[in-house]
Design a protein around this ligand. Structure first.
Ligand code: SF4
Length: 181
């Protein structure tokens, strides 16, 4: 599919309106020459409200602590194509957490994005995105060993969400210099 047509269709998509119970706000960021395609889980409520990806505490940790880059670098579309299993915030569950991303979105859009962007590197964020792309692999193994998607290198990171403290505590090697097995 032509890139601009795909972008327009994603931004207009309302497939999940009934399921979510509110008007979805698809988030789109990047161009067909972005160097890095970053694939995560789903936008947060704050991203839904501001329409700016990773504009929340999770994003702050990812941008400033893990990548150690500025907003200008992160939001430069020539650098990062920012996508997710779900382009839209999927709403809250009864416990106050976010609903899981609808995989129908990934099947419909992410598969097209993978073929439409001429990126050089993939960064996969979180176990849900990793499971979608590498269904038979152990998540911890993926984090500590690079993979390949479409003949391009793929780095898998744990989710930087403050709710993911346990995984980070259980895997103290993550983030240490030379942490790859
Ligand atoms: S989550 Fe994906 S499939 Fe659902 S409305 Fe948003 S863009 Fe469409």
């Amino acid at each position: 599919m032509d890139f601009n047509k795909m972008k327009k269709n994603i931004l207009m998509c309302q497939d999940c309106k009934e399921k979510f119970g509110f008007t979805p706000v698809p988030i789109f960021h990047g161009n067909e020459r972005s160097k890095i395609m970053q694939i995560s889980q789903a936008p947060s409520n704050n991203v839904h409200k501001t329409k700016k990806p990773f504009n929340d505490p999770t994003g702050a940790k990812l941008k400033y602590q893990w990548y150690q880059i500025t907003e200008d670098i992160f939001y430069n579309e020539d650098n990062f194509y920012i996508t997710a299993l779900s382009h839209s915030f999927p709403g809250k569950n009864a416990k106050g957490g976010d609903n899981p991303p609808p995989l129908s979105c990934a099947r419909k859009w992410l598969t097209k994005e993978l073929d439409s962007v001429d990126n050089q590197l993939f960064i996969i964020i979180g176990s849900r995105a990793a499971k979608f792309l590498f269904p038979d692999e152990d998540f911890a193994d993926l984090v500590f060993q690079n993979r390949v998607i479409n003949n391009k290198p793929a780095i898998v990171l744990p989710h930087p969400s403050p709710l993911n403290r346990k995984w980070l505590k259980d895997h103290p090697l993550f983030g240490k210099k030379g942490y790859q097995k």
